[in-house]
Design a protein. Structure first.
Length: 185
């Protein structure tokens, strides 16, 4: 990944009280507490951030130079995380994923605002295609991606093995820059 694009992506704009901060060690304790608020969700994720697995998963995020990860801050409270993944500058593509939002703000529109902020910022920085990869069992996430304009492209059968050993089917969605009508940074 080019460092110019990574630097640009790591500086998303804020939207009202919603802001994204590049994920750092200083976010560890607050994110660990946030992730512990919904222990039942982690079997739907490829990697667990439950209390027993959090520190190893967090360390892996911080050590991965191929992603741009964020702490999601709303009204000065850390309420989750999200990331730009699989960034391919030569192809002008990336994925938005590894998103977790605490239960208390689900259904409030925060996730939609978060994704609009991230999409607009990606497209403003020359990205032409954004993908989303969702576990086929995760109905809530599939509905959320469709609601923001994600086009379902297909199903990758037996795509990956999750931390629980489950062989997951992955639904692929995308949004292209010319299809995007939301706010841009």
């Amino acid at each position: 990944m080019t460092t110019d694009l990574a630097r640009a992506l790591a500086r998303p704009p804020a939207e009202g009280m919603l802001r994204l901060e590049p994920l750092r060690e200083r976010h560890r304790a607050a994110l660990k507490a946030a992730c512990a608020e919904d222990a039942d969700i982690w079997p739907l994720y490829p990697v667990s951030f439950d209390p027993d697995h959090f520190d190893a998963a967090f360390d892996a995020i911080l050590a991965d130079p191929g992603r741009v990860s964020f702490a999601v801050i709303d009204d000065d409270r850390l309420v989750g995380m999200s990331a730009y993944l699989r960034i391919e500058p030569e192809q002008a593509t990336l994925e938005i994923g590894a998103t977790y939002i605490v239960p208390s703000v689900r259904g409030t529109g925060l996730n939609g605002r978060l994704k609009q902020l991230m999409l607009g910022h990606a497209f403003a920085n020359g990205i032409r295609r954004v993908t989303f990869r969702v576990d086929d069992r995760n109905a809530r996430s599939k509905a959320a991606v469709a609601k923001i304009g994600g086009v379902r492209e297909g199903l990758l059968r037996a795509d990956r093995v999750t931390w629980t050993g489950h062989v997951r089917d992955t639904v692929i969605f995308s949004i292209l820059a010319h299809e995007w009508h939301g706010p841009r940074s």
